[in-house]
Design a protein around this ligand. Structure first.
Ligand code: NDP
Length: 323
């Protein structure tokens, strides 16, 4: 067998704290399955765990999703067999092998490769949560989408567009602006300009119905300034740092706005959320409304470089880590 290892942190800090550690695959306990991973999706949340923004107990193996081939199943697991191709969200996927709860492992439909699954599962379920679960998007909506060509953004923009939403994208460079338009955005504004006033100009002074805001600290004020009365500020990420606390009175002053700070795990961790979300996601891939956009890949042992790339805004689409 080739080398088996994890990339783990013993202290929080910069990308250099990610260190290779030999680790034998863990035999599955009842209800678990052991997977030889073929691809791991990089997610911004991995950097929050590494940096300490989201506290974890140490030592810690980051990584929130993966896909691969089932190598063994524990007692009581009936829906998976050795050799099945699966994708999953889980903790500790920066590893050649992953052992975790079989119940949340999704058998991949024909036509969806393990690389596609690792590129779209967490990010695509996030787009589903934003478009279907928090507030149903549809024709007539105008939406502001931040980081439109990133991992989540490159799925959110075409999916929203396919649902009839007018997407105004906010990004940082001309190249990314061109890509956002190719994904379906009708307009693009640059994040270093006056986003609020440009959005007003583009919407006849009205503002947008919703701001899908993953940037956080740097985008909060602009999101508030871009919404129409009773609009939704869906603040779902912290790429630039955590949003400063604000008084509810600000929401009243800006037009009876609605603020929510969702976490995907509240939408898929209970009931049939994962089943519905994955059905919607695989369906959207099948119809072509969205497609996996793998912008770059890194070897698992070089995952620190992947963190440097995503934290400096250099990635586009999804980033895969390959064991
Ligand atoms: P992205 O691929 O979108 O990468 C981050 C992007 O954010 C950059 O490319 C850049 O895009 C933009 N950005 C703006 N300011 C900064 C900054 N100061 N530093 C770095 N990037 C910046 O990442 P993901 O798709 O993995 O995740 C997007 C966000 O969504 C993250 O904040 C993540 O935590 C969040 N998320 C939240 C979930 C939830 O359940 N709430 C679930 C999944 C993701 P540009 O150049 O276009 O501005």
């Amino acid at each position: 067998m080739s080398e088996t290892y994890v990339m783990q942190i013993e202290r929080t800090g910069g990308p250099d704290v990610l260190q290779k550690q030999s680790r034998d695959p863990v035999a599955p306990a009842p209800g678990q399955a052991l997977v030889r991973q073929e691809a791991i999706g990089l997610n911004f949340i991995d950097t929050y765990h590494r940096s300490g923004l989201y506290p974890v107990s140490l030592p810690f193996v980051p990584g929130s999703e993966g896909a691969g081939i089932v190598e063994a199943v524990g007692e009581g697991v009936t829906h998976l067999s050795v050799g099945d191709r699966v994708g999953y969200l889980g903790s500790g996927t920066y590893a050649t092998h992953y052992t975790g709860p079989a119940a949340t492992m999704l058998k991949l439909p024909d036509g969806i490769s393990t690389q596609t699954a690792a590129a779209v599962l967490l990010k695509g379920l996030t787009a589903w949560m934003l478009l279907f679960e928090i507030r149903r998007a549809g024709p007539g909506d105008a939406a502001l989408v931040w980081a439109p060509v990133g991992g989540v953004g490159s799925l959110l923009v075409p999916w929203a567009t396919a649902m009839g939403v007018r997407v105004i994208a906010v990004t940082s460079s001309a190249d990314k602006a061109a890509k956002a338009k190719a994904l379906g955005a009708t307009d693009v504004v640059m994040s270093d300009g006056n986003v609020g006033s440009e959005v007003r100009n583009l919407t006849g002074g009205e503002g947008v119905d919703v701001s899908y805001d993953s940037v956080g600290k740097a985008s909060a004020a602009a999101s508030l300034d871009s919404l129409k009365p009773r609009g939704w500020w869906i603040s779902y990420g912290n790429a630039s740092g955590a949003v400063e606390p604000l008084s509810p009175g600000v929401l009243a002053q800006k037009g009876s706005l609605i603020l929510t700070r969702p976490s995907l795990f509240a939408f898929i961790g209970t009931g049939d959320g994962l089943k519905r979300g994955s059905a919607a996601l695989f369906g959207a891939l099948k119809t072509g409304a969205i497609k996996a956009d793998i912008g770059q890949t890194f070897a698992l042992s070089d995952v620190a470089d992947a963190h440097r790339a995503i934290e400096s805004g250099q990635t586009v689409g999804a980033t895969l880590i390959l064991p």
